[in-house]
Design a protein around this ligand. Structure first.
Ligand SMILES: *[C@@H]1O[C@H](CO)[C@@H](O)[C@H](O)[C@H]1NC(C)=O
Ligand SMILES: *[C@@H]1O[C@H](CO)[C@@H](O)[C@H](O)[C@H]1NC(C)=O
Ligand SMILES: *[C@@H]1O[C@H](CO)[C@@H](O)[C@H](O)[C@H]1NC(C)=O
Ligand SMILES: *[C@@H]1O[C@H](CO)[C@@H](O)[C@H](O)[C@H]1NC(C)=O
Ligand SMILES: *[C@@H]1O[C@H](CO)[C@@H](O)[C@H](O)[C@H]1NC(C)=O
Ligand SMILES: *[C@@H]1O[C@H](CO)[C@@H](O)[C@H](O)[C@H]1NC(C)=O
Ligand SMILES: *[C@@H]1O[C@H](CO)[C@@H](O)[C@H](O)[C@H]1NC(C)=O
Ligand SMILES: *[C@@H]1O[C@H](CO)[C@@H](O)[C@H](O)[C@H]1NC(C)=O
Length: 512
């Protein structure tokens, strides 16, 4: 099967006879998918991961233009799990009423995830770590609910935490305290993953699919004791948009206090250091997983994916910390893949979206011939894994987000302040109901087309358009100066993508 995949990657046509011979010769490949929480790529988010560089980047393919289609945990995770854009999996935000792990989600889209696809292809599946933010809540089945598709389930109840959490051990809630050696979640996930890899090969002949989903580098950023003093002199990177005033940008960004207060800057700097420290344990986890695969002689027959759910900002446009914005720092995430037939130590620049992960996993478990559930909105990345292949690829994709708000004023802020959320420090809000937008991100590196076009659903029907070719930091909204036909084309494309489903999401854009 691996050899078959290898041949398919080189673009040869495999005969039925060859397939039969080869599937007898080599067992189907395993897949390990490591997903971090809130890890950026533009603010140094990959820098502390020196082992990941050596074990994954040098040994695999790094996708330099990987994006989330929704810059918030729960909708992005739902996209990763189902291969669908938010408008097609209906998870709109991090709350149950927004269908984050809701009963409706459980009986509809949860039955169509990458795990279900892997199980159908006779894979044994394993999940450990943060799932969807509202997982395990009482009203949605509690920790007793084990999502369909997983043979081994070790799912964190609720949002990312490192200590003092409950975890569902195959449906049995287990409470953990705050002792580093017993409870530190990133290490516990590494231990569980290593155990699974060791035990699997002794007891099962099937291939496996593992998803390891770390809390790091999400808040509350507890680091392992040995890393807690690192980077004491580092500060959040002062990128060209750091602590700048939002000019000609949507309402939410305009409300940020500028210049940032000392309190806000200190807060961002502390977040930056803490995030890096928490990531050091992810680096260790990756090394331990690779060593376990190697020890069990599975490393050459295993794909390892590394990615994150959304990016992050730390003072860009004077917003102290968070995600939820349409800008590059919140949308860009890492994607590295190593495995049988994957080109080593290379980068690729095609635009990749979080909705591509599920089709890729489904394709690999089905033999790597381009076979994945067609209701998925993404594309299989298998043709890109060999650097000699230059397949025709998408030139744009959709970004969509429905802002979160609260009807009551944020604690400690003006009582007239309504419809906003995440207002800290200093009552600077990172989200609002009307931080609701959809965008077309057009990216054709070979033609130097690199644009972002967004429309807001707010009282201003605000529009933002950036030309990254000349403005990579998105400082100048050109909607008022650009040739108006560009706006017309982008708007048309946005309407099309905003309603797309399955095949129509994969159709090429007007630029082709
Ligand atoms: C989930 O989505 C469905 C369909 O869009 C909607 O009817 C429902 O109100 C949403 N929320 C919950 C909690 O199910
Ligand atoms: C864990 O909970 C204990 C008891 O409530 C508390 O004292 C401790 O500070 C908590 N630790 C962390 C890291 O959350
Ligand atoms: C993980 O396993 C190692 C080695 O067995 C052990 O020393 C460590 O305490 C474990 N950590 C957790 C959080 O279980
Ligand atoms: C941080 O800066 C102080 C003062 O310059 C220095 O003593 C210390 O060694 C530095 N720490 C690190 C980790 O570089
Ligand atoms: C990876 O490629 C770069 C240049 O493309 C080269 O400098 C480096 O030595 C290579 N690393 C490995 C581990 O082969
Ligand atoms: C999440 O989305 C639902 C459905 O649109 C909405 O009712 C709810 O208010 C949203 N939650 C927040 C915190 O904005
Ligand atoms: C967005 O919502 C906030 C809070 O409700 C409101 O003050 C503001 O005027 C709204 N802005 C736009 C452009 O809709
Ligand atoms: C973006 O900038 C490049 C380089 O100046 C230019 O060639 C291109 O026409 C611009 N695109 C738009 C839509 O303005």
């Amino acid at each position: 099967m691996i050899k078959l995949l290898f041949i398919a990657l080189f673009g040869c046509i495999c005969t039925v006879e060859a397939q039969l011979v080869m599937s007898k010769a080599s067992p189907p490949p395993n897949i390990v998918f490591i997903l971090t929480d809130d890890q950026d790529t533009l603010l140094g988010g990959m820098d502390p991961l020196v082992k990941v560089k050596k074990l994954l980047q040098d040994e695999g393919t790094t996708f330099t233009n990987m994006f989330t289609s929704t810059p918030l945990c729960c909708p992005s995770r739902a996209s990763i799990l189902t291969g669908r854009y938010s408008h097609n999996h209906e998870t709109l935000n991090n709350t149950i009423s927004g269908n984050c792990s809701s009963l409706y989600w459980q009986k509809t889209f949860e039955t169509q995830t990458l795990a279900v696809a892997a199980q159908k292809a006779n894979y044994r599946t394993f999940f450990a770590g943060k799932y969807l933010n509202q997982y395990g809540g009482k009203s949605v089945g509690g920790p007793q609910h084990v999502p369909v598709g997983w043979n081994q389930w070790f799912g964190l109840v609720g949002n990312s935490k490192y200590y003092n959490y409950t975890i569902s051990d195959n449906g049995v809630p287990v409470q953990h305290g705050a002792n580093y050696h017993e409870d530190y979640l990133t290490d516990l996930l590494a231990n569980r993953s290593v155990d699974f890899i060791h035990n699997h090969k002794m007891r099962y002949t099937q291939p496996f699919f593992m998803m390891i989903s770390t809390p790091a580098p999400h808040s509350p950023w507890d680091s392992a004791p040995q890393y807690s003093k690192m980077y004491e002199n580092n500060t959040a990177p002062h990128t060209p948009s750091y602590n700048t005033k939002a000019v000609n940008k949507h309402w939410l960004v305009r409300q940020a206090t500028h210049p940032m207060t000392k309190e806000s800057m200190d807060y961002s700097d502390n977040a930056f250091r803490s995030r890096w420290r928490a990531l050091k344990s992810v680096d260790d986890l990756v090394e331990r997983v690779i060593n376990a695969l190697s020890k069990m002689k599975q490393l050459d027959n295993t794909y390892v994916f590394f990615s994150s759910d959304n990016g992050y900002h730390l003072g860009q446009f004077s917003l102290p910390i968070d995600k939820r914005q349409l800008y590059e720092f919140d949308l860009r995430v890492p994607l590295i893949i190593r495995g049988p037939g994957v080109s080593k130590n290379v980068t690729r620049s095609e635009p990749i979206v979080n909705v591509d992960i599920a089709p890729t996993v489904a394709d690999i478990v089905n033999g790597g011939k381009g076979d994945f559930p067609l209701m998925m909105d993404g594309e299989s990345l298998v043709p890109l894994l060999n650097s000699n292949n230059k397949p025709k690829w998408r030139s744009d994709f959709l970004v969509e987000y429905q802002g979160e708000g609260k009807d009551s004023p944020p604690p400690g802020c003006s009582p007239t302040w309504r419809g906003v959320s995440q207002c800290f420090p200093g009552c600077v809000c990172e989200d609002a109901y009307n931080n609701t937008y959809s965008c077309v991100r057009t990216l054709q590196p070979q033609h130097k087309v690199d644009l972002m076009y967004c429309e807001f659903t707010d009282t201003e029907t605000f529009v933002e358009l950036y030309n990254h070719t000349i403005d990579p930091h998105q400082l100048n909204n050109i909607k008022d100066t650009v040739d108006p036909t560009v706006l017309v084309k982008m708007n048309k494309r946005l309407i099309m993508l905003g309603l797309c489903s399955g095949k129509t999401c994969r159709e090429q854009s007007y630029i082709d």
